[in-house]
Design a protein around this ligand. Structure first.
Ligand code: SF4
Length: 384
């Protein structure tokens, strides 16, 4: 449904586009907002400021100053936004007012209440591959089983553990209560956090069946470590594929061996290759992340050349992804200490862009020809 009208008091032009899974409101070229089926704002542009909002109620301001707004500021922005929608709804014709009902019923208080539930359910969801940002996130495990890579702080706030099946079942129920009618927009399921494939295969199969019964027809994906190939047999992965497992994403980061070793990745470079081959043998799609800027200027050529060669030798094809992810150096990490005071180990934004362009060019010429998707994966743009 598309509905266009003029607000009688201010003469602003309004367009309302009701899509299957979301509602888009445009006000006079000044404001464009998308809402989910529960009336929660998802993203938009308002008065020149572009933003994204997650279920966590984190409000990410995009543009030159990209930042998660402090809670009070986010609250103020959301209050103004919902006030604006109510002003539009008050003057809208009946059909448009009906279409806006879920939004006018929603508001900052509800979003903040849900954010508390979200925190109790997940802690936080620190990252997802860019093609999975709309996935339904279900935690089969909590945290990362190794938590030791020198540059990574994603799961430092939690100890790794596997959820019991009973706990997982309850988790699924609670997630669905929180998500509500927005479940229709969730076209896949991501099994979090970083170690779902650490769950024994028979238990994971039960968890996947439970998730499928609650939300049918969605493919699953998850992260795994490069050491997966040491622990899993192809037949176990084939069984999981038959239950809907579609893609497994592995943090390669670099294939330049000295650099790889210095990152304190929990497994060997050879393990990454073995794991990718095993996943492909099992008929699964693979995602591989490569860090941009890692090792700094001194490693640029070796990082690009070794990584491009390594990826080219893997049996990747259509349905596989390579994610190019700019390294964000967190101050209190081993990596930061390793690079501190060593300009050759650092990178400017411009150098990072050059590395991205060179890698994209190399990978598109080889893997792109084979149907592999190569895309950016900037975790600073992520909210869930
Ligand atoms: S394995 Fe992945 S999630 Fe775990 S510490 Fe390393 S980079 Fe972070």
């Amino acid at each position: 449904m598309i509905c266009e009208f003029t607000l009688p008091q201010t003469r602003e032009r309004v367009m309302l586009i009701q899509q299957e899974r979301c509602l888009v409101l445009l006000v006079d070229g000044r404001c464009a907002l998308a809402f989910d089926a529960e009336g929660r704002v998802l993203c938009g542009v308002r008065n020149g400021v572009q933003f994204k909002r997650g279920m966590s109620n984190n409000l990410l301001r995009l543009g030159e100053r990209r930042e998660i707004l402090p809670p009070e500021e986010a609250s103020g922005e959301l209050a103004l936004l919902y006030e604006e929608v109510r002003r539009v709804a008050d003057q809208a014709p009946p059909a448009a007012r009906r279409a806006l009902e879920a939004v006018t019923r929603c508001g900052v208080r509800r979003l903040e209440e849900e954010a508390r539930h979200f925190k109790a359910l997940y802690g936080q969801v620190p990252v997802l591959p860019p093609d999975q940002v709309q996935a339904l996130y279900l935690q089969a495990t909590v945290g990362c089983s190794t938590n030791r890579c020198s540059f990574c702080t994603l799961y430092r706030d939690r100890r790794f553990r596997v959820r019991t099946i009973a706990e997982f079942e309850q988790h699924v129920r609670q997630v669905l209560e929180l998500v509500g009618r927005d479940v229709e927009r969730r076209t896949s399921i991501f099994l979090g956090d970083a170690g779902a494939l650490m769950v024994p295969a028979d238990e994971l199969a039960v968890m996947m069946r439970l998730a499928r019964a609650a939300v049918p027809g969605r493919p699953f994906s998850c992260f795994a470590s490069a050491g997966l190939g040491r622990r899993r047999e192809a037949h176990e992965l084939r069984e999981l594929r038959d239950l809907g497992l579609d893609r497994v994403t592995i943090g390669l980061e670099t294939a330049h061996r000295p650099l790889y070793d210095s990152l304190r990745k929990p497994h060997e470079l050879e393990d990454a290759e073995r794991t990718v081959r095993l996943l492909k043998d099992a008929g699964l799609h693979v995602g591989l992340t490569v860090l941009l800027g890692v090792g700094g200027q001194e490693s640029h050529s070796a990082h690009v050349n070794d990584t491009a060669r390594f990826l080219d030798a893997l049996p990747l094809g259509p349905g596989d992804w390579v994610y190019l992810s700019p390294l964000h150096v967190e101050p209190n990490t081993e990596y930061a200490a390793w690079a501190r005071g060593r300009p050759a180990r650092q990178f400017s934004i411009e150098q990072l862009q050059i590395q991205k362009a060179v890698l994209q060019c190399r990978l598109r010429a080889s893997l792109g020809e084979r149907g592999v998707r190569i895309t950016s994966y900037d975790i600073s743009r992520f909210v869930y």
